[in-house]
Structure formats: C-alpha cells, structure tokens
Write a protein that binds this ligand. Structure first.
Ligand code: UDP
Length: 429
C-alpha cells in the first residue's frame, strides 16, 4: 500500500521500570533518528510509581503511550516469591485487552512492527492474526539470551556450562537455575525467542565475546543495538540535597550503593552491609529499601541513578547487576562491586567479574550472608586497591567501546538503522 505516514511501531514492555526504561530509549531512537512513530503500551495496574510517571511524562514528539485497562490479577501478585515467575503468570491475563487495543491501533495507524520483551511470548498470537511482524527486544545481555536458548535446545544443563567464545559458568551460579521452577520458567521464556521475526538485544559486540560465534547459528536474526540507556536524557532533572552533598565530595571518592527498582536485602544482610560500609571508611551514597539507620547519606526511595553515576564524585558502584544499571555503569565508566539478587543477575555478575572484568565480588559467608569484613574488604579494594585499579582501567576501555558502538557509523547504530529500514518497508494492507 502507498505509505503516506511514518512507519508505526508498537512496543509492549512487561510491567516494571527496568523494562520500561530501555523500551522508551529504543522508541526515542527510532523516532528521533529514523523518523518512525512509536506507541508504547503500559499497564494501568502497574503505572503508579512516580518514577514511571516521570519517564512517561518526558516522551518526545512522535512517541506516545496508551494504558491497558485494569484486569483482576490481585491473586497472582502474591503467587510464589519469584518476580519473573509472577510476571509470566500475569501476562496471559492481558491477552484480550491487548488484542482489543492492537486491533484499534492497527485500524487507525497500521502497525509496521510489534515489539515485545521476553515475557511477551503469550501475546505474539495476536500479531500473527493481524499479520504484523513481531520482534523481541531483549532488555538483558546476549550471553543470557544464549543461556536461555541453550536451556531448551540441549537437554538440561550440567555441572559447568561453556558456551562457544564465552567464559565458563560455574556450578555455584548454574545451580541457581537448575531448580524445577526456574528451569521450566527459563524454557518457557526461551520459546519467545523462537516465535518472533528477529531479536534486538540491549548490548554491544565488544562486551559480548560469544556473539559472533553464537549468533550466526541462529535461524532468527539477532542484532545488538545497545547500550540504550537514560544517560544524558531526563531534562526534567532537578538537583536536590543529594547532589549538593555530592558536589562537596572529592572526585571519585564516593561509592554508590543501589539494588535497582525492587531489590531488597534481609534485615541481617542490611545490617552487615551497613557495618561493612562503615568499617571500610569510604564515603558512600546508599539507596536503601526499606529505610534503615546507618552512618552515611541515605536515600530512601528513588534517585536519578544516571545523574548520580555521571557525577564526578562517584568512584564505584555496588550494584545488584540489573542489566540497565550495568549498562549505565559502563557508559559512565564506573567500576562495580557485583552483588546479584535474583532473575538473571547472578549470570550478569559472572559475566562482569569473569568475562568482562569490570567488577569485583565480595566473598560470601558459608551461610550465604556477606559479612561486614567481606563488605569492608571489597569496598576498600575497589576504591583504593590494586584490584580496583584493574577494573577501573577495564571499565574505561568498555566505556569507550560503548560510545563507539553508538556512534553514527558504530555497529549498534548501524544495526538499528537496518532494523528501522526493514520496518519502513513492511507491507501494509
Ligand atoms: N533506577 C533509578 N533510581 C533508583 C533505582 C533504579 O534511576 O533509585 C533506574 C536505574 O537507573 C535503571 C533502572 O531504574 O535504569 C533499574 O533497572 P535495572 O535493570 O538495573 O534493575 P531492576 O530494577 O529491573 O531490577
């Protein structure tokens, strides 16, 4: 059909700020650099946070969002103790309302591509019925994509896993993914990779040693299009007391401590971390969930992490290794202490410590708790020790590589340009 409108892309990130942020960045690039229009579908049941409202209120012209009506899912919100598992139960309940919405969108502005994330497997059938090409935007790294894929293509995972071109995953990390619930969830999520027309990954080639070998064997094209982060965006940012305090600290002297949008520690672990930070005698800025007394500057809810990481006073990041946080740390050249909690974070941590070598790791006690001495040691090592110097040098190399990937002629930008061109050519009837 004759195209007199910009190609229209519909994006459906599953609930959670960590999913929304990279989707918004993807949509912005498509619109600003490639003249597409984008509609982001959000969930009114999960749209209550201030952070989410602020992200959605600063969308550029050409990116709009539309909220799915509420559905009765309250029972599911308390199901099990695994956030990824819960999401996989929740998503199918939105199928009817997504179908309705897509039909309406398609009628008004025909959809050239439909982009889901790894929890979107249940909703591809809707796009199939409308003959709309569908793509997976994998908001984690390529290594984890390959790991998930591996979990269905080969029968089970053994003691050690060494994917071609990649660092080996040891037993400690693997064992976290061998339980019945986690492995069947991974297998289910991995099937999303098989039912789409292409996969976009928020990562870049120099970070993913296994990419060149592993991606060429795939039937479905896999493109690395990152790092897509909020670093440098968010013009509505206002300096508050935290930044006044940071301004007064010496360059590279402050450790930033944060476990992402939802990460929490046990009371005991929170206490050990507080004592360890104090013992380390380093300056720190800690985003604490839930509030707790400790000696230092505490932020109780949400801080604009990308603005903290770009501040010159920050010299290290103790992180849960969520993929957005990881990319932000790389883009800002801040070396890390890896403290993974759940989902694919333990795998990300292995990649950062053993593969990319941009993070240090505290020694865990036999009871699984990180004791104050271990915390103090790793913090001192990162901020003042030889190990810290090594990971700092490495992350500066990766920071340059990340910037190169996103230059106009960089590999990630070129891949995204190719995808945008493909979508512009989608035949619409
Ligand atoms: N974030 C932030 N302030 C906070 C907590 C999180 O700005 O206090 C942002 C952070 O910069 C990142 C995202 O929220 O972009 C969290 O995503 P990530 O993948 O790191 O972890 P998740 O929250 O999904 O576990």
């Amino acid at each position: 059909a004759e195209r007199n409108q910009a190609a229209h892309v519909v994006l459906l990130p599953s609930p959670g700020v960590g999913h929304l942020i990279p989707f918004v960045e993807l949509a912005k690039r498509l619109v600003i650099h490639h003249n597409l229009t984008a509609t982001i579908i959000t969930f009114s049941d999960f749209s209550t946070s201030k952070a989410q409202r602020s992200i959605l209120s600063s969308l550029p012209f050409g990116v709009s969002y539309v909220s799915l009506p509420s559905v009765p899912i309250d029972d599911l919100l308390t199901e099990g103790n695994n956030a990824s598992f819960r999401l996989s139960l929740i998503m199918p309940h939105y199928v009817p309302s997504i179908r309705h919405l897509l039909l309406n969108l398609h009628k008004t502005t025909p959809i050239a591509a439909y982009v889901i994330d790894l929890f979107g497997g249940d909703i591809v059938s809707i796009a199939n019925d409308l003959c709309i090409p569908k793509y997976l935007f994998f908001t984690s790294n390529f290594f984890f994509l390959a790991f998930q894929h591996h979990s269905i293509t080969l029968s089970g995972i053994s003691e050690k896993l060494e994917l071609p071109g990649c660092f080996p995953l040891g037993r400690d990390t693997l064992s976290l993914y061998l339980g019945e619930e986690t492995s069947s969830l991974n297998a289910k999520l991995a099937r999303t990779q098989e039912v789409v027309d292409g996969i976009l990954v928020n990562s870049f080639e120099t970070l993913e040693e296994g990419y060149s070998q592993l991606a060429k064997d795939r039937k479905i094209p896999v493109w690395l299009v990152g790092p897509l982060t909020r670093v440098g965006s968010g013009s509505d940012f206002k300096k508050d007391a935290i930044f006044t305090w940071l301004d007064q600290q010496p360059i590279g002297s402050v450790l930033f401590v944060s476990f992402g949008s939802g990460g929490t520690l046990s009371f005991e672990q929170t206490q050990e971390l507080a004592l360890g930070l104090e013992m380390s005698k380093q300056r720190f800025l800690w985003v604490l969930h839930p509030p707790f007394d400790a000696d230092g500057k505490l932020v109780t809810t949400w801080v604009s992490q990308t603005h903290v990481l770009t501040h010159g006073a920050i010299g290290g990041f103790l992180s849960h290794c969520g993929w957005n946080s990881t990319l932000e740390s790389i883009v800002c050249g801040v070396p890390m202490i890896a403290w993974p909690l759940y989902a694919e974070q333990p795998i990300n941590a292995e990649m950062l410590v053993k593969g990319v070598k941009v993070a240090l790791r505290p020694i865990v006690g036999e009871d699984g708790v990180m004791r104050k001495e271990a915390v103090a040691n790793v913090v001192k090592e990162l901020m003042e020790g030889e190990g810290g110097k090594e990971v700092r040098n490495r992350i500066r190399v990766m920071m340059k590589e990340a910037a190169k990937a996103m230059e106009q002629e960089g590999p990630s930008s070129k891949s995204l340009a190719n995808i945008a061109n493909l979508w512009k050519m989608t035949k619409l009837d």
